[in-house]
Design a protein around this ligand. Sequence first.
Ligand code: ZN
Length: 192
Amino acid sequence: MKKQEEFEAAISKVLELLGEDPKREGLLKTPSRVAKAWEFLTEGYHEDPEAILNKALFTSSNDEMVVVRDIEFYSTCEHHMLPIIGRVHVAYIPNGKVVGLSKIPRIVNVFARRLQIQEQMTEQIADAISNSINPKGVAVVVHARHMCMEMRGVQKINSTTVSSALRGLFKSDQRTRSEFYNIINTPAPSNF
Ligand code: ZN
């Protein structure tokens, strides 16, 4: 694949610029490993989250809040290309349709596996759910650690950034909102 070769050449050049010798034994396969790693870390660009959700929609009379919490994700910040590590909580209130539960973590991964800004990823997850399930409300909360803050710059170790996107009833109805925050803030049972 031509793209793979170009990527490897670029990484070799970066190694040289860092003062390394890309020909030394330990680094010989590094450009090809880095190329493969980045292909995986950015595979979300080739996936359509709304198509994934639309394929798993079911008619349902349930109108109670559905919450999928503590979805772990690994993303990459678009400013420094360093890791963002965190958890996402997603909730929605069905309006005639529900989605297969496994699809929620799946679309989190679609957006996480792109170069990202945390706030933008939060909005994108909420929008994708809004657009395909058309629920009475959707809420997305993301807690994340940014390696570009922890490994460099201000070096604020263990600081967490929280972002949220609230739509429909989660925005307009205070009781719905508090119920959601109660659910995501209650520690999971210890056998989980
Ligand atoms: Zn950054």
